[in-house]
Design a protein around this ligand. Structure first.
Ligand SMILES: [Zn+2]
Length: 82
């Protein structure tokens, strides 16, 4: 038996809006790959309105593989792993 709870956690994994100090409101953000390290990738969140950095996220290799596996399932297995 598999619990459907794991998938729900990943629904909240990516932030779609964050508080922007410049706009003084929660603004929609876009994710930009900032830095690639051997064991992780660092993403920058930019406000779509003013373009300032409003947050940062680290994705470890393990998390990335999990996200890709889930993404591949959602997109009909078209994405490749690795
Ligand atoms: Zn802003």
């Amino acid at each position: 038996m598999t619990a459907p709870m794991n998938q729900q956690q990943f629904e909240n994994f990516t932030a779609s809006s964050l508080y922007c100090e410049k706009c003084k409101a929660a603004m929609p953000v876009r994710e930009r790959l900032l830095l690639v390290l051997p064991d992780r990738e660092i993403f920058d969140y930019l406000c779509t309105e003013c373009g300032s950095s409003v947050g940062r996220r680290e994705v470890t290799a393990g998390e990335k593989m999990m996200a890709q596996a889930i993404g591949a399932r959602r997109h009909g297995r078209s994405a490749r792993l690795g």
